[in-house]
Design a protein around this ligand. Structure first.
Ligand SMILES: [Zn+2]
Ligand SMILES: [Zn+2]
Length: 807
C-alpha cells in the first residue's frame, strides 16, 4: 500500500504537492480521485495524480496528511489524466487547473475562514473594557456564534480589515478557523410512488381507490404529480403504503435541459456519390482503430452533417463513443435537432448555456456510460468517455474554439491531440478550412477529403462585388434592387453587417470630441432603443447626452452604422416588408434566437438583418439573396488573421443563399474591391485564397510558417504594466543571448492593440520560432524567471500559445 499521494490543487500554482495518506484511506484512495488537503492555512480540493511508496527526497518531515477523500470512484481515468498532463505542458498552465477546467463546475470544495469569540473575547464583551470598535464587531460575531470572515469585512468595510481580525486573534480574543462548506453540486433525487398491488385487507375510501388505480395504471409516478392530481393526498398515500399496496422510494432524475427543443422528423437522406466516397475513406479509418485524421473541405450546403451522422452510426456499431464539437450550440438548433432525430436519448449535451446542475447531470451520464455521444461547445472535448472512436469538429475554422480566458486552449487542437492519444478517427469539417489545418493537409498530416458540390446538384450562388467608393448611400442601387425584387417574388433576404448598435460612435463636429470607454481603449457605441452609449468590451454604459461635454455644442452626430440603424433604414425603405434583426441585443432573452429563426422558417420575416450570428449553419430554402453591407469591418482588425477571417465570413454568409430550388445571389459591398479576401470569396476559390494568404504569411514569417507564443501582461497601473513589460523584454533577450542564440525571435514588448480593456492595461511580447519544442522550452524558462519578478507587483503574466500545428 502506498504512503504518499501527489496532488495537483485547483489553484494557479505551477507545482504539484505531496501529502501523507492517513491509514484509514490507504485502501480506498486511487489516482483520479478528489482529495481535500491543507494548503496555506486553508483547505482546498486537489486531485490525486500519483501514489508513491515514499516521499521525494528532502521534504519528508514537512509532509502533512490528506484531510478527506471526496470520491468513491475516480473522476478522472488514466487516459484523461494523460490528456490533462499534455495540455498542462503545452499551454504552460497548472495541471490542477487544467483538470478543473475539464470537470463540470461545482465540484470544488474549499474552506472558508470562520470567526468565533474565545472565552477571553466573550468575557471582554460581558465585563467591558473593550475599545468601541472591538465592542461593535465582537457583539456582532457573538450574535452569530460563528460567522464568515468575509461577511464581517463586508458589513464593516470602513472599520475592520483582515489584518485587524488576525491581530485580535493573536491577542486571544478570536478564533479563526478554516471550515469547509459543502456547496458541491449533487445528483438530484425525486420521490416516486410505486404500485405494489396485493390483497385488500380493508375497504378503501373513494380517494384511496382513485389514487391506487391512477398509480396502478402508470406503475410509477413522481410524488409531485400526485400532489397536483389529488387534493392533499399524503394521508391516503400513507395508509396505502402501510397496507403494502404502494411503496415510496427515491430515484435519481435528470435536471431539465433548458436547451430542450421540440423534435422534428428528419428522414435519412439518400447519399450523394461524393458523400459515399468520403464515407468509404472514413470507415477505413474507423475500422483501423488507429489515429486517422481527416480534413473535410466541403462547400456550403454539401451535406457534411449527414457524413458526420453516418460516421457516428458506424462508430457506435463498433461499440465505441463519439464527441462532436460545434462552435456555439445555441446558434445551431437545426444541427441539434438532426442529431436528436437520429440518436434520440443516446446524446448528451455539454455547453455553457446549461445551469450548474444540468451540466453536472449531463457529465455524469457520460461518465457512467449511459450515453455514447457528447455534443457540445469547446469544453465537450473533455467529455469523460473511455472508448472514444471518433471526434468531430464542425466548422473547424471558427475562432470561438479558442478559449481566451484562463486556460487558453484551442478545442480543435485538443481534438487532434485527444484523437491521437485514443487512437480514434478525427473529422475536421468546414467550407473554409483554417490556414493551419489546410497546411497540415498539404503536408500529409491530415487526410484531405472534399465535397466540391452542393447536394442535389444545387449551384453555388452568384457573387457580385460592389465598390462603395462611388456610392453615397448605405445600400448600393444593386442591393436595393435585389431586395425589392425579392419582396415582390415573396423570397427572403439576409443582410449582413458585423457591428451592432445604432451608430459606431458619437462625434462632436465642432470640437472633434468622441465618447470613449473609461475602462477600455475603444469608443462607445450609440444604441437608439434605450438612448444609451455602451461599451462592447466591458459592461460600461451611460445615457446618451444631448450636448458635447467638452464644448457644449449641440450638433453631436453618429458615425458608422450598426445593425440597429440598418434595420430602421430597411423598414423605412421597404415599409411593406417584414424586417427582423438578429444580434446580441435582440437575442439576449432565452429562446429569442430560436424565435427569430422560426420567423425565417415560417416565412413571417422577409428581410433578416444581422451580425455574424446569421452566418452560422442555418438552412433556409427560401433565402435567395444575401447582401453584405460592409466587407471592411473585419478586414481592418489589428490581427494577422484578419484577411483569413474576412474570407471565411464572406464565404460562409454567401453560402446561406440559394439552399432551396431557386438560384442564389450575393452582393458584397466594400471599399476594398481588389482585396484578395473579397475577390477569392466572390469566386468561391478557397485554394486561390490559401495560396495568396500563404505568400503573405511566409513573407512575414507568420504561422503556419512559424510558431508563435504571446506573452501578455495585464495590470491595474499603466506605469507598472509598462515597466514589467520592459523587464520582460530584458529578461527574454538575455535568456535568448545566453541559451538560444538561434531559431527564436522576440517582437516587442509593445502596448497591445487595445491597450486598455476592462480597466486593465495590456502589453504584450511575441516570441516566434521554427521549432515548437525549442520555443516551449524558452517560454517555460522565461515564465519561471518572470514568476519571481511579477510576484506581488499587481501585474499578471499570461501565456497564449497560438493555435498552430500541434502535430
Ligand atoms: Zn464639442
Ligand atoms: Zn469598456
Amino acid at each position: 500500500m502506498k504512503e504518499i499521494v501527489e496532488v495537483a490543487v485547483g489553484l494557479p500554482v505551477s507545482k504539484t504537492f505531496h501529502y501523507r495518506i492517513p491509514e484509514k484511506m490507504k485502501s480506498f484512495l486511487q489516482v483520479g480521485m478528489r482529495v481535500l488537503v491543507p494548503f496555506k492555512g486553508r483547505k482546498v480540493t486537489g486531485f490525486a495524480i500519483d501514489l508513491l511508496d515514499q516521499a521525494p527526497e528532502g521534504i519528508e518531515e514537512r509532509l502533512r496528511e490528506v484531510e478527506d477523500l471526496l470520491d468513491e470512484f475516480p473522476l478522472i481515468d488514466p487516459s484523461m489524466l494523460r490528456f490533462c498532463r499534455w495540455i498542462s505542458n503545452y499551454y504552460l498552465y497548472p495541471l490542477g487547473e487544467v483538470i478543473k477546467t475539464g470537470l463540470p463546475p461545482g465540484l470544488q470544495l474549499k474552506s472558508e475562514l470562520v470567526l468565533s469569540l474565545t472565552q477571553e473575547g466573550m468575557e471582554g464583551l460581558n465585563k467591558g473594557g473593550l475599545e468601541p470598535i472591538q465592542k461593535k464587531i465582537f457583539s456582532e460575531i457573538g450574535r452569530f456564534g460563528k460567522v464568515n470572515l468575509q461577511k464581517i469585512i463586508k458589513m464593516f468595510p470602513e472599520e475592520v480589515s483582515r489584518s485587524q481580525l488576525f491581530f485580535w486573534k493573536r491577542k486571544g480574543f478570536l478564533n479563526i478557523d478554516a471550515e469547509v462548506k459543502d456547496r458541491q453540486v449533487k445528483p438530484k433525487f425525486e420521490r416516486v410512488v410505486q404500485y405494489r398491488g396485493g390483497e385488500l385487507l380493508k375497504p378503501l375510501s373513494k380517494k384511496q381507490t382513485d389514487l391506487l388505480r391512477w398509480v396502478g395504471e402508470r406503475g410509477e409516478v413522481p410524488y409531485s404529480e400526485l400532489n397536483k392530481k389529488f387534493k392533499s393526498p399524503s394521508k391516503a398515500i400513507q395508509s396505502l403504503q402501510a397496507s403494502g399496496l404502494l411503496a415510496i422510494s427515491y430515484k435519481e432524475v435528470l435536471r431539465d435541459l433548458s436547451a430542450r427543443s421540440e423534435l422534428k422528423a428528419y428522414p435519412k437522406p439518400e447519399l450523394s456519390s461524393h458523400q459515399e466516397a468520403l464515407l468509404t475513406e472514413i470507415f477505413k479509418g474507423i475500422y483501423s482503430k488507429r489515429f486517422s485524421p481527416f480534413l473535410i473541405h466541403g462547400v456550403t450546403g454539401s451535406g457534411k452533417t449527414e457524413v458526420y451522422l453516418r460516421a457516428i452510426e458506424e462508430v457506435l456499431n463498433q461499440g465505441r463513443e463519439a464527441i462532436v464539437l460545434v462552435p456555439e450550440i445555441s446558434l445551431t438548433p437545426q444541427l441539434l435537432s438532426r442529431f436528436k432525430a437520429r440518436f434520440g436519448e443516446n446524446l448528451s449535451l455539454l455547453h455553457s448555456g446549461l445551469g450548474r446542475g444540468e451540466r453536472y447531470d449531463q457529465w455524469r451520464r457520460i461518465w457512467r456510460g449511459e450515453v455514447k455521444i457528447a455534443l457540445g461547445a469547446r469544453s465537450a472535448i473533455f467529455a469523460p468517455f473511455k472508448k472514444i472512436g471518433i471526434i468531430i469538429v464542425d466548422e473547424e475554422h471558427e475562432p470561438s474554439y479558442k478559449q481566451e480566458e484562463k486556460l487558453k486552449y484551442h478545442a480543435r487542437d485538443l481534438a487532434v491531440v485527444r484523437a491521437k492519444q485514443e487512437e480514434a478517427t478525427l473529422l475536421l469539417g468546414t467550407a473554409t478550412p483554417s490556414l493551419e489545418s489546410f497546411y497540415n493537409a498539404q503536408k500529409g498530416k491530415f487526410h484531405l477529403l472534399s465535397l466540391p458540390e452542393r447536394i442535389e446538384g444545387k449551384p453555388l450562388p452568384r457573387v457580385e462585388v460592389v465598390d462603395m467608393k462611388g456610392e453615397g448611400n448605405l445600400l448600393s442601387e444593386k442591393v436595393n434592387a435585389a431586395l425589392r425584387k425579392n419582396i415582390e417574388d415573396k423570397k427572403q433576404s439576409l443582410l449582413f453587417l458585423n457591428r451592432r448598435g445604432f451608430a459606431h460612435f458619437i462625434l462632436c463636429p465642432d470640437c472633434g470630441f468622441t465618447f470613449k470607454c473609461p475602462n477600455c481603449s475603444v469608443t462607445l457605441t450609440y444604441h437608439l432603443k434605450d438612448h444609451s452609449l455602451q461599451c462592447h468590451y466591458c459592461d460600461y454604459g451611460i445615457p446618451a447626452p444631448g450636448s458635447c461635454p467638452q464644448c457644449q455644442g449641440q450638433r453631436l452626430k453618429g458615425v458608422g452604422i450598426g445593425t440597429e440603424r440598418l434595420e430602421q433604414e430597411i423598414r423605412d425603405l421597404f415599409p411593406q416588408a417584414q424586417v427582423g434583426r438578429m444580434d446580441r441585443d435582440t437575442t439576449s432573452r432565452r429562446r429569442s434566437h430560436q424565435q427569430i429563426l422560426k420567423g425565417l422558417e415560417s416565412g413571417t420575416i422577409d428581410i433578416l438583418v444581422g451580425t455574424q450570428m446569421i452566418v452560422k449553419g442555418h438552412d433556409f430554402p427560401n433565402v435567395t439573396f444575401v447582401g453584405v453591407v460592409s466587407a471592411d469591418t473585419s478586414l481592418h482588425f489589428p490581427d494577422f488573421r484578419s484577411s483569413e477571417r474576412t474570407f471565411q465570413l464572406l464565404t460562409q454568409v454567401a453560402g446561406r443563399a440559394g439552399r432551396g430550388d431557386v438560384f442564389g445571389e450575393v452582393i458584397i459591398q466594400t471599399f476594398n474591391p481588389d482585396h484578395y479576401s473579397v475577390l477569392k470569396a466572390k469566386d468561391h476559390d478557397f485554394i486561390g485564397f490559401f495560396q495568396e494568404e500563404c505568400q503573405f504569411r511566409k513573407a512575414l514569417d507568420y504561422p503556419p510558417f512559424s510558431r508563435l507564443i504571446n506573452f501578455r501582461l495585464t495590470g491595474n497601473s499603466e506605469k507598472g504594466t509598462k515597466a514589467m513589460a520592459e523587464a520582460l523584454g530584458k529578461v527574454g533577450r538575455l535568456l535568448l543571448e545566453k541559451k538560444y542564440p538561434k531559431g527564436i525571435e522576440i517582437l516587442g514588448p509593445s502596448a497591445a492593440p487595445f491597450t486598455k480593456m476592462k480597466g486593465k492595461f495590456r502589453w504584450q511580447m511575441l516570441v516566434k520560432g521554427k521549432s515548437s519544442q525549442q520555443l516551449h522550452q524558452f517560454a517555460q524558462e522565461l515564465a519561471s524567471q518572470m514568476e519571481v519578478q511579477t510576484k506581488g507587483r499587481g501585474v499578471h503574466l499570461d501565456i497564449d500559445v497560438d493555435p498552430v500545428f500541434i502535430l
